[in-house]
Design a protein around this ligand. Structure first.
Ligand SMILES: [Mn+2]
Length: 344
């Protein structure tokens, strides 16, 4: 699709207060995109807040301005930007009433499962990251009379987003355009070494121990095609780490030779009570996004997530792993045909 730069520029020019939101359980693309856009709006003299109800994950706490991310909006803004997110109430990391009450809503997203439900919708599943879309937007804004400079801080936030979603330029979505954009960001002052280390390598002592538990408890099934593990509340307590200590554990399960579909379940608690947080990594053909969509989640073909509530953790494990076995046995193919049919 042709990016609706004109409409987005008009939305920026025509409003004075902005709320920026992304998805729950934010990653580097959600945080980096939100911070970059907020900095650009502020440079244009606008009032702008970036809100993330789940805060900022530890790995992103190097991005310029991360400590200014709010967990709740201070007021209803005239215009809302929904970034890296389908915009559905259970996916948006802000109280939904603040979205509903804004006069104008703009969505910028690269998730295949998102649908155009706002005033302006720029959805492009071919884009490797939402941060890449924000980068393109900021580059063309001056042509629409909005003179904004991409500072070193903005560039660092954008690289955080692009690096996160391309696995630091290792996933198949690492397009020539992504590499060119990254080169530009580095030229503008972003640091690729710190970005990679903070996002992908560094972990606390407790998190390293928790990773050890996840690997020790790993199951391998379906002739090694399915690897999975489950971390209980007791595991989190014994290592004294929170959610963030386990964000990347699922990637280790997917790195096992022969594994095509990997799942980690985490027994956590949030404002509604106990919750099973489920992360999936898969060969893209196995469409992890459609797998998670069955349970109200979303994401990408290779990396997705969902949450289960109101059932015991053991039951959530059973439900997820039974579904994963079926998915490998042909359920994925059926779901893909189904979704292709519904798109025609
Ligand atoms: Mn993203």
């Amino acid at each position: 699709m042709t990016p609706p730069f004109e409409s987005i520029a008009a939305a920026i020019a025509g409003h004075s207060s902005f709320l920026i939101v992304a998805h729950v359980g934010p990653d580097g693309d959600a945080i980096g995109s939100g911070l970059a856009l907020r900095m650009a709006l502020e440079a244009l003299g606008k009032k702008a807040e970036f809100v993330s109800t789940d805060g900022v994950p530890f790995g992103c706490r190097f991005t310029p301005g991360w400590e200014t991310v709010k967990t709740t909006p201070s007021q209803v803004a005239e215009c809302v930007f929904i970034l890296d997110c389908s915009g559905e109430p259970n996916r948006v990391a802000a109280p939904f009433t603040f979205i509903e009450r804004a006069k104008f809503k703009v969505m910028i997203d690269h998730h295949r499962t998102s649908t155009p439900i706002f005033n302006v919708n720029w959805i492009d599943p071919d884009q490797p990251a939402t941060a890449m879309m924000i980068f393109e937007l900021l580059q063309v804004l001056p042509q629409h009379g909005l003179d904004v400079e991409i500072t070193a801080d903005i560039a660092e936030n954008l690289l955080c987003g692009l690096s996160t979603d391309t696995g630091h330029f290792r996933f198949p979505n690492t397009t020539p355009a992504a590499l060119h954009a990254a080169a530009e960001m580095v030229k503008l002052g972003a640091d690729p070494a710190i970005t990679a280390f903070r996002l992908f390598d560094e972990r606390t002592l407790g998190a390293t121990r928790l990773l050890g538990l996840a690997l020790q408890k790993m199951h391998s099934e379906c002739e090694g095609q399915l690897t999975w593990s489950a971390l209980t509340m007791a595991d989190f307590e014994s290592t004294a780490v929170g959610d963030e200590g386990s964000e990347n554990a699922v990637n280790f399960l997917r790195s096992v030779r022969g594994a095509r579909f990997s799942v980690i379940l985490r027994e956590r608690r949030d404002e509604t009570g106990p919750v099973a947080r489920i992360s999936v990594r898969a060969e893209p053909e196995l469409r992890a996004d459609l797998f998670c969509k069955q349970f109200g989640g979303g994401g990408h073909a290779a990396a997705s997530g969902c949450r289960m509530r109101y059932i015991p953790f053991e039951a959530a494990i059973e439900k997820t792993i039974v579904a994963a076995r079926e998915w490998l046995a042909g359920g994925a193919q059926a779901a893909i045909e189904d979704s292709d049919a519904s798109q025609i």
